[in-house]
Design a protein around this ligand. Sequence first.
Ligand SMILES: [Zn+2]
Length: 295
Amino acid sequence: MKRNFKFCLLAGAIAAFSLSACRDDKMEESALPESQSASAKIEQPGELQKSCSYVDQYWSSTAVLKTGLQNTADTNFMNSQMTKIASLWGRSNPTLRFVDDPSNFNSTYNAISYSTGKIYYGYAIYADAKNKGGDIVNAMILAHEYGHQLQYIFGLPTVNESTARPNELEADGFAGYYLRRPNGYNKTSFAEIAAAYEFAQSIGDYQTTSANHHGTPPQRRSAVRLGFLLGQYDLNAANFDYNFFYYYQGVLNGTYKMGKNTMNPEIDAYMSQYIDELRKIQTGEISEEEFKQLK
Ligand SMILES: [Zn+2]
């Protein structure tokens, strides 16, 4: 985030100059009808690669927007994950693009979800995640970013705080949910998810552009664990939100079982086994190492 912010300032200084050079390129893309651009990006990876040297103010001024990663297998993996994640929630794909910066590779260590229906994913964060944690880490980061798309689309989260914490914790929950679902990443072992999550979190700022509080690491562990547990059930986005915050707020405030889960009483029986565990994750009584051993 700090690194990114520095580049913001740099990009701002050059923006006026760069924008005029990019204008034709940008109009070309926005002139396409929504559906047409959606299918074009899946069927023609690589062909629409842009040479424009200005992405937007959140990326380095020398960054380049591309439709693919360095190799086709990686591009295919990410595009297929994008389709799986979106269709799990009954949606068509958002626009997934990749950001490269050959002259300053590390500046692309970020992934951003935009309210305009786009996810921009940096080359550097993709490469590091894959090298150190395998495919599951990139799948998790992408599912987290798509969680923000769900929030834009459905006006979530329903819980508001003065910081980005509910948004970020819920996005972590959406990712945990996706990784478990049989029609998602289909991982039934939480240990693998926990390890991927620890890595995803440790590599840092894939978390939008907000400088706000994202929740403490124990709170975020608790959120991804809760999302994974809710993956036992087939939920739509609004229903996920309801259940996520029903249990999360209860865990956070110690008010669980004060009210009734009126929407899904049957989930209560299942979740009641885990409430104390979620609380202990959140308070740090269950350590990071113990977290990785959870079933
Ligand atoms: Zn985020």
